[in-house]
Design a protein around this ligand. Structure first.
Ligand code: SF4
Length: 387
């Protein structure tokens, strides 16, 4: 669940640990509610009650009542596909707990555990989705319901902060030696785990987190643009980020008139970053102009192009039928898209009923940075065949 009130939230830790003054700069911006955040909140709440039922913490009757209330509250987000992804997550958590219990019957599981890591981060707290403790291992499990960005557990500051908070809460009761952190991202079918010994976690908290958190809390420190800017609310107006983007383009190219292939390779990578930055600036200005009436030097709002539309489809259809046109002529029947169909009937039913009728044609070649995990198409013949 989101760490709604923490100034230095665990979910934003990658950013404020890398760029401490971003916290102060972000204060000027309001938290805009997003449909993704709402969908995530629904998925988390549903996952929690499904787990409580599975663990015997609530009875079936209470579970059904809670599910009905949730479905009503989040009716815009409720669909079979979401339920199946949540169930996949719940199943995986149960597997982890069963595994822990197989080693020791003393294994414990806590859901929605509030974790306080203020020993390292001023006023720092959060909520860990699942904490399992067994045989000296503290296991933090986090559900990520997004599918835009794949998130890994390795060196993940959010999970490490949760681990510090959970260690604070349970250290008096259990002899914790090791920390395991897992991210389950069901919509990407992605599970990622990482482990470290408790001494390394505490050392990270004391020597890396604490000094940076103090700077961030006090609005001090050096601006440090990087990948983390993507999630910064000030990314459109931050001068440090702008300077970094413009700096990228100051190359000393060797050839006087035209770029070499190597130079083009370098250029295209930075053009991508420049375009991202330009879009952030443009989106921000548009939102400010349309939502808050702000004016920007040299820019104005005008009416954009629009397309014609029927004022009332039923009345239009009647008029056409009255004029003698047959239904087969004026209507077209389309099957839902694959994604929409999966959403409506659920992935499981979709695969059972029509899974064998789905084909995935070869994708058109795309030029991507060398770090991309996909295998390179190596021959000109293979490239031509794929068109
Ligand atoms: S945009 Fe980047 S550099 Fe600027 S404040 Fe945000 S995180 Fe820091």
């Amino acid at each position: 669940m989101p760490d709604v009130h923490a100034k230095l939230s665990a979910s934003g830790a990658k950013r404020w640990l890398s760029c401490p003054p971003s916290v102060k700069l972000e204060e000027e911006f309001n938290e805009e509610p997003s449909i993704y955040a709402e969908e995530g909140t629904y998925a988390h709440a549903l996952a929690e009650i499904k787990l409580r039922l599975a663990l015997g913490q609530i009875k079936k009757k209470e579970y059904e009542k809670l599910v009905r209330a949730l479905e009503k509250e989040y009716e815009n987000f409720h669909n079979q596909s979401l339920v199946e992804y949540v169930e996949a997550y719940v199943g995986k958590v149960q597997e982890f707990f069963a595994e822990a219990k197989a080693h020791t019957s003393d294994a414990v599981i806590e859901l929605e555990q509030r974790v306080d890591f203020s020993r390292w981060v001023p006023e720092g707290f959060g909520t860990s989705d699942v904490v399992i403790i067994a045989e000296g291992v503290l296991h933090i499990i986090d559900l990520k319901f997004g599918q835009g960005v794949r998130v890994d557990a390795e060196d993940n500051p959010q999970l490490k902060l949760y681990a510090l908070g959970a260690y604070e809460a349970f250290d008096m009761l259990y002899d914790i030696q090791q920390v395991k952190m897992t991210i389950i991202q069901p919509r990407l079918d992605h599970i990622s785990s990482s482990e470290l010994v408790i001494e390394d976690l505490l050392e990270w908290g004391e020597n890396y987190v604490k000094p940076r958190a103090d700077l961030a809390f006090n609005g001090e420190g050096e601006f440090a643009p990087g990948e983390h800017c993507r999630f910064c609310k000030a990314k459109a107006v931050c001068k440090a980020r702008a300077e970094k983007q413009l700096e990228l383009m100051k190359y000393n190219f060797e050839s006087p008139d035209s770029f070499t292939d190597d130079e083009l390779g370098i250029l295209l990578k930075d053009i991508g970053k420049l375009l991202d930055w330009a879009k952030d600036v443009s989106d921000y200005m548009y939102e400010q102009a349309t939502q808050h009436g702000r004016h920007f030097e040299g820019w104005k709002l005008v009416e954009g192009r629009s397309t014609r539309k029927y004022t009332d489809t039923i009345v239009v259809a009647k008029a056409l039928k009255d004029a003698g046109y047959k239904e087969a002529v004026i209507y077209e029947k389309n099957l839902l898209t694959i994604t929409a169909m999966e959403k409506v009937i659920g992935k499981k039913a979709f695969n059972e009923i029509v899974g064998h009728l789905i084909e995935k044609p070869q994708g058109k070649p795309v030029l991507v940075p060398i770090e991309d995990k996909r295998t390179e198409i190596s021959t000109v013949k293979a490239i031509k065949e794929s068109f």
